[in-house]
Design a protein around this ligand. Structure first.
Ligand code: FMN
Length: 380
């Protein structure tokens, strides 16, 4: 099979070019040092994953201490984080990919064991407290400052993590946002915080005069439940994003071909609806369950995404980009062999999780194949 469609040049609206349409989806590795600094195992993983890749999007990187969510999570909070941010960027850029840092606040999923305080979100529930306006402002500043650190450390861009139920989504979704102030109620109000983050991040780029620095936004297009995000609401968010000087949107899904659940575009795939609505105003990264050469080529051929993302596949295949470039289909594995730990170079904490065979992680060789949705439990 010819894979050249995956390697057609692309130029972003700020003039940055790439020769690969493959994006490595952000992967939390749970494997930096406890203070978020980079270590050898993490570097080793990165050093074999960014060849023939367009965008290498690094896993969720905390922007404020009160957003820390995962053990050993990378951070872009303080001057002392610059060195690790620079070292990761160098490893990725050395292989030819653009190094993009996903900037993140966990909101209600922030872990008190790492933050030292109760988790904060749009609204209070259980142990979670609602953010007041001053705290919201501090987090917006955190996203801006993280962007500045990413620029100064030589990264090529940032991706705002507005997906997977973390803080930005907790504001956007009427399911989680029950505020009665200017940050809650109408969709305009629920969009206020995410858009403030976008504006603050763009302002940093402007101030540092770095128009070549890429800014992307990742979102989850739908949520289940009565008040969950609908496709109609997502199109409103996307419309607002097209008015900002950003470079791409990234649609977080576990299945590239997932159909619309409700709202606009019912009966077709979410990516088609999104891509049609954007009409080329912003490029789209589509992701979810792409494993084989055929999967990637067909996803590109669908025409619903300018970039195709790989998460689990890049964990299972060191040098995935080069294998796709050479159309070496037989060298691309679609399951992890638990006996070949050394082959993958997956850092120990993540490898230990992989060996348990949880549904959101790469399938294990010999396990009963999963049927139906790639990951129905997590596929909101
Ligand atoms: C180990 C692991 C870590 C992940 N970490 C992140 C993350 O930090 N940020 C994020 O937005 N998504 C994260 N995801 C979701 C992936 O980016 C991707 O959307 C998902 O795995 C579906 O794509 P795939 O089928 O190619 O793996 C993670 C997924 C896995 C398996």
């Amino acid at each position: 099979m010819d894979s050249s469609i995956l390697f057609e040049p692309f130029t972003f609206n700020n003039g940055v070019k790439t020769d690969s349409r493959i994006a490595v989806a952000p992967l939390t590795l749970f494997s930096s040092n406890p203070d978020g600094t980079v270590n050898e195992a993490e570097s080793l993983f990165l050093s074999t994953r960014a060849d023939h890749i367009g965008l290498y999007i690094q896993g969720a990187t905390a922007v404020t201490k009160n957003g820390l969510t995962f053990p050993c999570q990378p951070q872009a909070i303080a001057e002392s984080d610059l060195d690790s941010l620079a070292r990761r960027a160098a490893v990725i850029k050395g292989q030819g990919a653009l190094s993009i840092v996903q900037i993140h606040h966990g909101g209600e999923f922030a872990n008190p064991a790492f933050t030292g305080e109760q988790a904060l979100s749009s609204s209070a529930h259980g142990e979670v407290r609602a953010l007041d306006e001053e705290q919201i402002e501090k987090i917006v500043e955190g996203f801006a400052h993280a962007t500045e650190l990413c620029i100064r450390s030589g990264n090529d861009g940032i991706e705002i993590h507005g997906a997977n139920q973390y803080l930005l989504q907790q504001f956007f979704s009427a399911k989680t946002n029950h505020r009665t102030d200017r940050y809650g109620g109408s969709i305009t109000n629920r969009l206020r915080f995410p858009l403030q983050v976008v504006e603050a991040v763009c302002a940093v780029r402007e101030r540092l005069n770095r128009p070549d620095f890429i800014i992307g936004y990742r979102l989850s297009p739908e949520e289940p439940g009565e008040n969950g995000i609908t496709m109609t609401q997502t199109l409103t968010l996307l419309e607002a994003l097209t008015e900002k000087p950003i470079q791409y949107v990234h649609i977080s899904q576990w299945n590239f071909n997932k159909m619309v659940r409700r709202g606009a575009g019912l009966g077709t795939t979410r990516l088609k609806v999104i891509h049609d609505a954007l009409g080329g105003r912003l490029p789209v990264i589509g992701v979810g369950g792409l494993l084989s050469l055929t999967d990637y080529v067909e996803a590109m051929q669908s025409g619903f995404a300018e970039f195709v993302g790989c998460g689990k596949s890049v964990m299972m295949n060191p040098h995935l980009g080069t294998r796709l470039y050479g159309a070496r289909a037989e060298e691309i594995v679609t399951a992890l062999d638990p006996d070949k730990e050394d082959h993958y170079g997956i850092p120990d904490p993540l490898w230990t999780m992989c060996k348990k065979g949880e549904a959101w992680l790469p399938p294990l060789k010999g396990a009963v194949p999963r049927t139906g949705a790639v990951n129905s439990a997590a596929d909101y």
